[in-house]
Design a protein around this ligand. Structure first.
Ligand code: BES
Ligand code: ZN
Ligand code: MN
Length: 520
């Protein structure tokens, strides 16, 4: 108690400016506020420390008010201040927990680095308590960004997730965070009107990708999206059913969906944030709600993970949610071909030939190479109907991409290397990294069929490029086109800073950044 009073006295002097803005927004289980003066009524304090030997700002104040106990504890625990180092001290300065976060770095911290710090803080705090009330001080941060605190809040929000709807006891409690910052309105605006929607979009993507196949079939996906987008401005949702697909000759999408009792759908979310006539950015995501492999049946090892074979479609939905909620002045159309790939008496077989909307035919070599089939019709439809200025597709397309790049990078394929290099910086900026794989004329040679125009797989290697070549066959050569194969990154086998293990909702931050950079 004595400590609290001593601290409060010092603080009153230290922060001369009174509380100017206090505002908070509550969501299901996170509540973030930005204030401009210290509020020590919380049980947990989070501090950023660069040099434990030369404390500055609030850390210094705390050290003085605790008669140097704070710095003594830091050195007792060998805290170095190195970027990403996190330690929790107990019962110091009147707080139950003081979490110190090292942020020493040669260069000013980037947005993804700040988000990672936020994620680390979330993981550390939730390991202490279910419900969290913390005050977070970022006064010592070495960052160029003005909205650094909002970026930390965003990273916290990203990490503060658990898919516990099927559990009797819910894992996550409520987090109430108070950030003390110099620029309240800027940080508040960045978080409340922008970044929190992005976090919610990522969480929505994870919810969809984590949902079992039995409850998330094509029409169920459509309903979840319609529910989520209810009441959002400038959104129009269009759903093509089997009859509509037949009219459009979408034989590839129809073919993949044929073996399931759940009919396929083509879900389209149109967002018109800019002028009506402005050409949109088209985002097409693979939406296989469960991939058994079909007649080319998969083995049982990890087959359960194929419930997330709609991660691409889920990421497209999550991205549109974020963009529409913040009211970005841009036109974006999201296309989500949805189908369940099942083996059944009426399923397509290897050797079958499917008609596509393009008017060309595809011979099926493997019914397990189904993502490229549904995307072929979807990207063709996207170009015909929407005349986009840019087209991106995102898909858990090949084990080959996962083997090549694992968890660190999504595979990026475009028609030329210079464009790929341009796109790589979107990965760096957004925190979702991509690395190029090639698309060579020989890859198109490999998918020539003896009896149809093309076939859906080649001899095997290089699988990710062959898959991309099938889709590229349906994309106008002059259209800027980005293909992302996220088979390796969509599902985490261990926690990372901004996501607990499981679906990480990969692609929302990437596509969001792509859209930010390509606004009219
Ligand atoms: N959905 C899978 C790809 C996949 C594998 C995603 C592992 C996530 C983790 C895709 O439909 C598939 O089965 N691809 C085949 C293609 C092959 C038959 C040409 C593959 O990569 O083995
Ligand atoms: Zn698949
Ligand atoms: Mn497959």
């Amino acid at each position: 108690m004595k400590n609290i009073q001593a601290l409060a006295g010092l603080l009153a002097k230290f922060f001369a400016i009174s509380l100017l803005f206090v505002s908070s927004v509550s969501f299901a289980n996170i509540d973030v506020r930005f204030v401009d003066s210290m509020d020590d009524s919380k049980n947990t304090l989070v501090l950023v420390v660069n040099e434990p030997g030369a404390l500055t700002g609030y850390s210094k104040t705390l050290n003085e008010s605790t008669e140097q106990n704070f710095s003594a504890l830091l050195s007792l625990n060998n805290f170095t201040g190195k970027f990403g180092e996190v330690q929790t001290l107990q019962l110091i300065g009147g707080f139950e927990h003081v979490v110190v976060v090292g942020t020493q770095n040669d260069l000013p911290l980037t947005a993804p680095e700040l988000q990672n710090l936020g994620g680390k803080i979330a993981a550390t705090l939730s390991s202490k308590n279910k419900d969290i009330e913390a005050i977070i001080l970022t006064d010592n941060l070495n960052a160029e960004l003005d909205d650094a605190a909002a970026q930390i809040a965003f990273g916290y929000h990203l990490r503060h997730y658990s898919f516990d709807k099927y559990k009797a006891s819910k894992a996550d409690g409520k987090s109430s965070l108070t950030f003390v910052v110099n620029n309240v309105s800027l940080n508040q605006n960045a978080y409340e009107n922008d970044l929190r929607f992005l976090a919610e979009g990522v969480h929505f993507t994870r919810d969809l990708a984590s949902e079992p196949g039995m409850s998330l079939y094509p029409q169920a996906f459509v309903e979840r999206v319609k529910e989520k987008f209810k009441g959002i401005d400038n959104i129009n949702i269009d759903v093509l059913d089997v009859r509509d697909m037949e009219k459009n000759n979408m034989g590839a999408l129809l073919g993949v969906g044929k073996g399931s009792i759940h009919d396929p759908r083509l879900l389209v979310i149109e967002y018109t944030g800019a002028k009506k006539g402005e050409a949109p950015i088209a985002l097409a995501g693979k939406g296989i709600t469960f991939d058994t492999g079909g007649i080319s049946l998969k083995g049982n090892d990890n087959m359960w993970q194929m419930k997330s074979d709609m991660s691409g479609a889920a990421a497209v939905a999550g991205t549109l949610y974020a963009i529409a909620q913040r009211g970005e002045k841009v036109n974006v159309v999201g296309l989500m071909p949805l189908a369940e790939n099942m083996p059944a008496e009426d399923a397509i077989r290897p050797g079958d030939v499917l008609n596509t909307m393009q008017g060309t035919t595809i011979e099926i070599m493997s019914t397990d190479a189904e993502g490229r089939l549904i995307l072929s019709d979807a990207v063709y439809y996207a170009q015909q109907k929407y005349k986009p200025k840019m087209l991106l597709n995102i898909a858990t397309l090949t084990g080959s991409a996962a083997r090549a790049l694992s968890d660190e990078y999504a595979a990026l394929i475009t028609r030329d290397f210079a464009f790929s290099q341009q796109i790589m910086q979107i990965g760096e900026k957004s925190g979702e990294l991509v690395w190029p794989l090639p698309l060579h004329p020989n890859h198109f040679e490999q998918i020539k069929s003896d009896i149809a125009d093309i076939k859906n797989s080649g001899a095997g290697n290089p699988g990710a490029s062959i898959g991309a070549a099938v889709i590229a066959t349906f994309v106008d050569e002059d259209l800027p086109w980005v293909h992302l194969d996220i088979a390796g990154v969509d599902w985490l086998s261990a926690d990372i800073d901004v996501a607990p293990k499981g679906s990480q909702g990969w692609g929302v931050r990437f596509m969001d950044e792509l859209v930010r950079q390509n606004k009219p």
